[in-house]
Ligand binder design. Structure first.
Ligand code: ADP
Length: 488
């Protein structure tokens, strides 16, 4: 009888479930439901947590039907991180809309956190105070939603990231748990002691009884009830960490780079957490087989979104894929550089006042040059992050494993290899996030071993860097000069 795992990927724009055939080592079915976001005030982003739970059950049911004739051995969960759901432990009903990671409503509070407090917070949780993380979002709900305060007094309020809320709902309230990768994005979890931190809890007004139990990624999180069926939930990771695991980045120095709307680089640092001097974050990479592993994380807000802007804002493209052909139709950008600072610049510049820039335009500049400059800027941003990580860790990069929508672009991947000076390795299965959760679940259920995680990843293509280092270093230096003009 066929053995399957269902991987549930609760993302920001959609919820998807993938049916993974354990023996064939591939996804054989998928189901998807869009998730709506609402923007009630400028900078605010909310979702309906009930909708997330209903749609999760729906796509799980779809995969379960597709598995008829075989046996589903478990459900792995991966999810948008940092997003907060507060709900009543007696009914499972949310007390307010979920506050999504992108929501900036608490940014004023976060920027008012004194420097010495920020340093102490970072020492404990590896994160820099920012509205992005869960803690200030929970604090906001406690201060602004009377029902939350009332339930907290009664000991009935629960607050968790999307994974823990889904586990609660799928197990019909029998289990409320999360994993260390999701916990390490809340700003309430001490990544050294691997426990909620009482000092951080007090700082944000959160009480321990509100929070989920933190179990290793390969634990049994509970029994999900789907119609008449009960299925073990085993294997939980936040989306970026799931991609790290799905890309089999299990050794110190392994790197994965996701090219989506933004750019996410995670660098596995093994059993030791490395605390960055250049504003990168320290996070739990994964925890399984009794051990916890760490990663350095760096992100750039805009990557693929620059390509969307070429298409929707400038009308230069019919679709994102066309950017490859246009870029290859010219030998270079003709001296044009693009800085994707639409909403400021993150690591290593940290300048929220910076704005986008196109430099080096001449009478000969064509749209092809600008399209190419936009793609090249993605590769330069990745080099910025790589430089920080090498500096912080003292470990040089030897190759990067790519995934995400824009990793389909062959020009971009080749240029990335050239700019980094190391090979860029693109896997056969680019749904690394879903794969990571499926593999963690399979591992937890004893269906595969650690060596199978490594052998499950096969390369589709390896982009080898050009030998002309001077040329590409020169281009990168010119990009840095353009960035200096975009600052402030
Ligand atoms: P997310 O998970 O952030 O929604 P995806 O991984 O689905 O993102 O990637 C979508 C992004 O990748 C979009 O911003 C799109 O512009 C970009 N993209 C998709 N295909 C290509 C391509 N062939 N070349 C360049 N960019 C692309």
């Amino acid at each position: 009888m066929k053995k399957y795992i269902i991987s549930l990927d609760a993302g920001t724009t959609s919820i998807r479930a993938f049916l993974y055939d354990v023996e064939e080592r591939r996804f054989v079915h998928r189901a998807q439901q869009e998730v709506a976001s609402s923007f009630p005030h400028p900078g605010w982003v909310e979702q309906d947590a009930d909708e997330i739970a209903f749609k999760a059950a729906y796509v799980l049911g779809d995969c379960l039907r597709a598995a008829s004739g075989g046996r589903v051995e478990g459900i792995g969960i991966t999810n948008q991180r940092e997003t907060v759901v507060c709900f009543d432990a007696q009914t499972g009903e949310p007390v307010s809309p979920a506050i999504v990671w992108q929501c900036r409503r608490t940014s004023e509070f976060c920027s008012s956190i004194p420097k010495e407090d920020a340093a102490r917070i970072k020492e404990k949780c590896g994160l820099l105070p920012d509205a992005y993380f869960s803690a200030s979002k929970i604090k906001w709900i406690l201060e602004n939603v009377p029902e939350a305060k009332r339930l907290q007094r009664l000991g009935r309020l629960r607050a968790g990231t999307v994974d823990s809320f889904l586990i609660y709902r799928l197990t019909e309230g029998r289990s409320f748990a999360t994993d260390p990768t999701n916990a390490s994005r809340t700003m309430l979890y001490n990544i050294r002691t691997l426990d909620w931190d009482d000092d951080l809890l007090a700082y944000f007004g959160v009480t321990r009884d509100m929070l989920p139990a933190v179990l290793p990624c390969d634990a049994l999180f509970g029994q999900a009830k789907l119609g008449q069926r009960e299925l073990p939930v085993a294997g939980v990771l936040g989306d970026q960490q799931a991609a790290l695991f799905g890309q089999a980045c299990l050794k110190e120095g392994d790197v994965k780079l996701t090219y989506g709307t933004g750019l996410f680089m995670l660098f596995a640092t093994g059993a030791r957490p490395i605390f960055s001097r250049s504003g990168l974050l320290t996070t739990v990479g994964y925890a399984f087989r009794g051990k916890t592993y760490y990663a350095l994380e760096g992100s750039v807000f805009h990557a693929g979104s620059g390509v969307q802007w070429l298409r929707d804002g400038l009308g230069f493209l019919e679709n994102a894929a066309e950017s490859e052909r246009l870029s290859l139709s010219v030998a270079d950008t003709g001296g044009v550089f693009f800085v994707p600072a639409f909403t400021g610049l993150g690591a290593p510049y940290w300048d929220s006042e910076a704005r986008g820039l196109i430099s080096g335009i001449t009478r000969g500049t064509r749209k092809e040059h600008i399209v190419r400059a936009v793609l090249e800027s993605i590769a330069y941003s990745a080099r910025d992050l790589a430089a920080c990580m090498e500096e912080d860790s003292g470990i040089p990069f030897t190759s990067v494993r790519c995934d995400g929508g824009a990793s389909a672009n062959n020009f971009l991947m080749q240029f990335q290899a050239d700019v980094l000076g190391i090979p860029v390795d693109r896997p056969e299965e680019r749904e690394s996030t879903a794969l990571g959760a499926a593999l963690m679940c399979a591992l937890s259920r004893g269906l595969i071993g650690e060596e199978d995680v490594v052998s499950s990843r096969t390369s589709e293509r390896i982009f080898v860097p050009s030998l002309d280092r001077t040329y590409f270093d020169g281009l990168y230096a010119q990009y840095r000069a353009a960035v200096r003009r975009a600052l402030g």
